[in-house]
Each structure stands twice: as structure tokens, then as C-alpha cells.
Ligand binder design. Sequence first.
Ligand code: DQA
Length: 144
Amino acid sequence: MKLFIINGPNLNMLGIRQPEIYGKSTLKDLEKYVADHCDKLGFETEFYQSNCEGDIVTAIQNCYKRVDGIIINAGAYTHTSIAILDALKSVDIPAVEVHLSDVNAREDFRKISYLRLACFKTISGKHFDSYTEAVDALKEYLTK
Ligand code: DQA
């Protein structure tokens, strides 16, 4: 089984970007951490990062009939993008929304999530473990 793990805008800046919120580790560190966990559970992984909304929409469309589960941290697009919501609904692949920080404990605008409407679970505030918990949730969802 294959998981597609999407990181949206500014997540390529992990390690540099607001380390007091997002930590000092890089996107590469994050991808390795998640890939190691997926290996243990027998998932294949494909990672994708883009700063562009349309490219994320296309990447989700390309998952159709190709991947079993999606993990998405759409960064700020979480709070604005109906296009990414529609893409997730179009492919109808089980998806989990993740965030490194606790979006509910930050500015009010971060409490709004369009993507949540297309995801069976949202995990936030657990840093890299938001992603590994999403992997566990997909394992349970796909094998039940
Ligand atoms: C984020 C939270 C978003 O509000 C923010 O725009 C991000 C990162 C997180 O992982 O905590 O870019 O998705």
C-alpha cells in the first residue's frame, strides 16, 4: 500500500522558518522520520512539496487510482483553499490533515480549515508525530 505525503507552502523552509514554532529540523529530516515509520508498517511512500496551490491540486489529481492514502499539511492553504478541498473530494482517497503546530492555540484564522471537510481525521500540535500518528490512523482505516 502506498501513501502520498504532501507538504504545502513554506514547509520547505523548515529549520529556518520560525524555529520557536516549527523547530530546527528540516523538511528532509521530517521526510526521513515519516519514511522510517512507514517502512516499519509496510507502507510505500511518496513525498511532495510545493508552494503553489494549483500544483498541489494537480498532485492530488495524479493520486487517483495510484495511491491508497494521503497525508496533507497544506500550510496556509489549509485555511483558504476550496480548490484543494475539491481536489481531495474528487479523488476520494482516505486523507488525514496534519499540522506541526497546534493551530487551535494560535491566531483565530488558523482555526478555520477547509481541508478538514475532506479528511477523516485532523492531527495538529505534535510536530513530526502529527505525521506518524496520521500514518497509524491510515493503517487502521485501510485495514479495518
Ligand atoms: C501549519 C500551520 C499553518 O497555519 C501554517 O500556515 C503553516 C504550517 C503547521 O504545520 O503547523 O504553514 O500547517
